[in-house]
Design a protein around this ligand. Structure first.
Ligand SMILES: *Cc1c(COP(=O)(O)O)cnc(C)c1O
Length: 388
């Protein structure tokens, strides 16, 4: 066997582009306007992205964090309300709610899929709850069947944070076909990217119009006299980003196909390594774009996990420590934290507590590599673990 260090783990680059990005960018440059009010690419991208996800409308915005903030605002989130979020997620999920003056309430996640636990979410609903936010962790949809029931039983709307889940499905239904508002990110590492960018998709025209108004300083499309109808901000996407994203969308499904082929190989190999438990895939999440290749080393603990990740990186793997439980970040507590202590939240979120110290993820470009490279990855992981 060739030692993994000699293999030269050269995975495909990210982001990827070709002449379609190049010519779209040139077109955007040479058309008369560089913003959405003058150009054509933002409008076209919104139509293409909505159609791709089975949604009625899409609104392109500056980034995924703003997409969440805007979507939550349109759902009525503001001072005096609460938003239920998974304790294990990227911090934007809670920050967007907190920026609107709402309290973010973290709840526990499933130990195998790392997605929000619907029973924990149900237990956290109060008369002030304005939204429940599943985050489709690493591209795998949360349990949208149980969450739809929770929403129907309580009347609390869902908002899907689909920042990892471009092109995902749940029992054959696309993100836009599940009846709730959903948000996406096009930040540099995401599955389609323009460096920065975001989108909100809507199942209805009313909320799309409300969001359009607020994403453009509350100014109606036809206004010529600065008659700003509602409060808002400037969350508009520019023409260059949309030009790039139209090309990126054209590459998405083929890349998902490749990652869908590679993940079962890699997870099967990882599962054979003593102490390693790859993310379990719920068969109902029947198309998974695999934003991250995730696994746990249960019981490893934060310090050893961080050192383990450093060694994987030194051996050529684009490896990262999993998200920190949001309530363990100082930033979570600066504005609109819940009226609970860290310890109280930790006690009711035992899984987030554990994952906080034992999750590892690999960049999705690894899953665009060859089948042989899946073996190389597993060899490196096994070797580093064995030496420790
Ligand atoms: C990336 C990400 C966001 C935020 O997206 P930005 O475009 O970086 O603002 C939100 N939620 C999750 C789960 C993310 O991973």
């Amino acid at each position: 066997m060739v030692a993994p260090t000699e293999v030269g783990l050269r995975f495909p680059d990210w982001p990827q582009f070709d002449d379609s990005e190049r010519s779209n960018l040139l077109h955007a440059l040479e058309q008369s306007g560089w913003w959405r009010m003058g150009g054509s690419h933002v409008d076209s991208f919104e139509n293409e992205f909505a159609a791709h996800h089975g949604a009625k409308h899409a609104l392109a915005v500056t980034n995924g964090t703003h997409a969440l903030e805007l979507a939550l605002q349109v759902l009525g989130v503001g001072p005096g309300t609460e938003v239920i979020v998974p304790a294990f997620t990227f911090i934007s999920s809670s920050q967007a709610a907190q920026r609107l003056g709402a309290v973010a309430v973290p709840v526990d996640v499933d130990p195998e899929t790392y997605n929000i636990d619907p029973a924990a979410a149900a237990a956290a609903v109060t008369s002030r709850t304005a939204a429940v936010m599943p985050v489709h962790m690493a591209g795998q949809m949360a349990d949208m069947t149980a969450l739809a029931k929770l929403s129907a039983d309580t009347g609390v709307p869902l908002i899907q944070d689909a920042a990892h889940a471009h092109g995902a499905t749940w029992e054959g239904k696309r993100v836009g076909e599940l009846g709730s508002v959903a948000t996406f990110s096009f930040q540099n590492g995401k599955l389609m990217t323009a460096g920065e960018g975001g989108a909100v998709i809507f199942p209805d025209t009313e909320r799309h119009e409300a969001a359009f108004l607020r994403h453009s300083c509350g100014r109606p499309r036809t206004d010529r006299h600065y008659m700003h109808a509602v409060a808002g901000s400037n969350f508009r996407m520019n023409e260059f980003s949309a030009a790039v994203l139209r090309a990126q969308l054209g590459r998405l499904e083929e890349q998902i196909d490749t990652r869908e082929q590679r993940w079962p190989v890699l997870s099967g190999l990882l599962a054979r390594i003593s102490g390693v438990v790859p993310q379990r895939i719920d068969p109902r999440a029947d198309r998974n774009p695999h934003y991250m290749a995730m696994f746990r080393v249960p019981g490893m603990g934060e310090e050893r996990r961080n050192a383990f990740v450093d060694e994987l990186v030194a051996r050529g793997l684009p490896a990262f420590a999993g998200f920190r439980a949001i309530y363990r970040c100082p930033g979570f507590w600066e504005v609109n934290g819940p009226e609970e202590t860290v310890d109280e939240i930790a006690r009711r979120c035992p899984t987030a507590e554990a994952i906080n110290g034992d999750a590892v993820w690999l960049h999705h470009r690894t899953l665009l590599g060859t089948e042989q490279q899946m073996h190389d990855i597993a060899d490196v992981v096994a070797d580093v673990l064995e030496r420790r």
